[in-house]
Design a protein around this ligand. Sequence first.
Ligand SMILES: C[S@@+](CC[C@H](N)C(=O)[O-])C[C@H]1O[C@@H](n2cnc3c(N)ncnc32)[C@H](O)[C@@H]1O
Length: 299
Amino acid sequence: MSSHLSEHKRGEEEPIKLILHRPVLVDEVLSFIRDGIWVDATLGTGGHTDAILTRFDEVFVYGIDRDRESLEIAKKRLGKFRDRVEFICDNFSNLEKLVSEPVRGVLFDIGLSSFQLDDARRGFSYRFDGPLDMRMDRRNGLPLQRRLRHLTRTQMEKILRNYGEERRARKIARKIYGLRDKIETTGDLRDLAGKDPRTLSRVFQAFRIFINDELKNLKEGLFSALSILEEGGRIIVISYHSLEDRIVKQFFKENDSLVALTKRPIRPSEEEIASNPRARSAKMRVAEKIDDLRLTIDN
Ligand SMILES: C[S@@+](CC[C@H](N)C(=O)[O-])C[C@H]1O[C@@H](n2cnc3c(N)ncnc32)[C@H](O)[C@@H]1O
């Protein structure tokens, strides 16, 4: 599923194997790329940008990620493209402050990479025991384990209901709230959330969205992307759950200066899902900014 990059030393620690994220819907993304300046707003370990820069000689990419560790891996991987890529460690909600020239397109591949998910020390997954952190950007904010101590039971319930669409939100929130001072690890949270893997996914997803403010960032990121897009420029978004897809669909619909190029979301093929199960829930939507003249005439 994932490919091993290389042996990599972190300080005095033993070398560890790096797991590169396997990019989703690559051919489909490439089919919407045109020459010019692009932003990869979710660079991750650089999979999509690698494919884009390999295929298109006349593309320059601003590669953004709020996760410094991922960005460092991407820098190594994309070193071969030297002056065709610039790396920025920041939140994509700040896009218009980070990129000061009009761009041909912005790619968002929302969520987490395998590089983050499969690293027990990051605390994203219920499948591995580790500290309950869940921050994409570890320079800012507090880990989930500390944030839990300051949440009320009602807030926990809302997080589980709104971000996890979890039916048993009240019951699970009550359990977590009762033991919130004792929760240190992913294993502790898992034990309180139950045994069903679907419930565990929803509970972990809900707290991850909460701690990284993901839905707010997505809304702001889309507005920011639109503000730096040149006429004819494109926004490509790959999302992985219905809450995100709804925001993207709504955004494309509500903005008069955008026309959707995908009437329905593009989904991965059966073959892609078979070889990369994490692609299963991916949905890709693309919109193009129409030129101001056309807008004036149409109105
Ligand atoms: C699914 S991965 C992208 C993988 C990438 N396309 C690749 O091929 O390697 C999503 C990435 O987006 C980053 N990310 C999520 N929200 C972000 C935000 N608001 N600002 C910047 N980066 C963000 C995560 O840290 C993660 O590395």
